[in-house]
Design a protein. Sequence first.
Length: 223
Amino acid sequence: MKLRRAFCWALIALAAILVVGWQFVYGPGCYYEVVLSALTNFDLNQTNGTDSDIPSNLRALNGRDIVIDGEVAPRGIGNPGQSFILIGTVRDGHQLKVQHFILVDLPAHSQFDSYDSVRVWGTLHVGIERSNGQITSVFRMQADRVEAVNSSGPIRVPGGGFAGSDGIILALAAAGAIRAIVAYRRTVRTKRLIRRGRCPICGYDLRATPVRCPECGNLVQHN
């Protein structure tokens, strides 16, 4: 019975570990780290550019979950409360081109200060979008989570990612593994003591009274 219980706890721990592992490899919890300057470092015709002008290694990131650092562009760019523009460090005298920023869509209302440094987790979409014949964006991102860099707490954007539910599953896995190990060790110790003719509870010599321990009263079950 005890071995069966230990086996059940081991199965629970294994199942929890497999769930967390699957989420980490295939689920939304796995974010690929991208450097903004490397992502946007290519030339693009601002009027007649096409998707084929975007480097193939960047097009391959379309639909990937990424995490990226950058600065929030000044107000007036993007739709405050619904989206913002994520940019890198813009040198004086350099014009901000359409391939130099990411249009980040927020899942809920949020407020930002101009040029706040932020870290964004979400799904990246790569491809040229036009409005009235003009290229409006090359990179777009649906944010799962946004945090101010070097701050004490997150900016108010509800987010998913590798978070609370995974912590609960990990805790369950750890508890199941510990219970399985403890139950297994206890079962092995009990059987070893019985084979030696001793009480599994107090260790008293049971060779004269193999059914019940005269010391602690434990009823010994011989399998």
